[in-house]
Design a protein around this ligand. Sequence first.
Ligand code: ZN
Length: 358
Amino acid sequence: MIPILGELTPGKTQRHLIKLPGAALANDEPRPVISVAGAKPGPVLFVNAGVHGGEYPAVEAVIRLGKTLDPKKISGTVILMPVLNLPAFRTRTPFVCPIDNVNPNRVFPGDPTGSYSEQMTHALMNEFVIHADAYVDLHGGDIPEALVPFVICRSGNDEVSKKSKAIAMTFGLPYVLAVSKPVQPSKGSSSYAAAAENGVPSILAEAGGVGQMQEEAVELLVNGVVNVMRHLGMIEAGAESAPAKSQIPGSKSQTNPKSKAKKAARRAVATGKASAADAAASTVLTKFEWVYTKRAGMWYPKVAPGDVVSDSEEIGTVGDLFGDTLEKIISPVNGVILFLTINPSVLENGLLMGIGVE
Ligand SMILES: [Zn+2]
């Protein structure tokens, strides 16, 4: 099923420590992987986090799935890898892998003779992703980023893209971004695109950020994966409802840790009895517009994640260290702010935010 994990025992959760192949990875510490092999046969779902090292709610969501999914109630197998990019995780390095300074999510499907990140993504694809029936890559804002939760998938009318979109919609986050091309020029593509290219329906889901552990974000991601499992027929649909609408943020209102919805969500995860029916339908966006500063300096955003902005609106300024304004940042589109750089220090051509367009 997943050759590198060996034989799995139906009805059991097993812990593995995996050495990924690749000369550049030879001295790596082994990566923890958890397999939850259902008592009944069914699809293989692969879920990882930590392609980026500072996206902690995603990492925690994968850990928690390993602790809470009950293999006796599952049809099929869930394979969980909490952190792919361990060098970045260990050193709290955002965006890239510190060994080669490459963003792993720009070099999928990887290259067995390439740099560290290329070998790492190649190993992930070949040892895990291509053996799965569906693939979920969990992310969030990295250490300098805040965001409103959203899912990305490949757009298109082919079967794999349609299945990916259905998985994205069932995940249950406020926005679904279905896109056809990469947002930044890069050597390779992103995880979800490379998986789809290989015939594996796939999404990338984002929640949480700014280098912190937001409980609400963890729950959104955990529940999202449970929703995907239900969609794939791996757990039975039940009467108990998914997290209530009020639980779905607004970045400004992710602060109610003791709500009933939270308890219900926990219970739902524990029992596998949640239904996406009560979740708010996701808004579908079709274009991802990234905004950069030309000049380096101090960044003063006038918007927050989740804000709706209009074309030509001033959305922030960049100033120098005397306090003079160097640049007014103007929105190039009508859209919603999906992620925002929140650290004031920005570099020349530095990324400020991503705006989703309907
Ligand atoms: Zn990420």
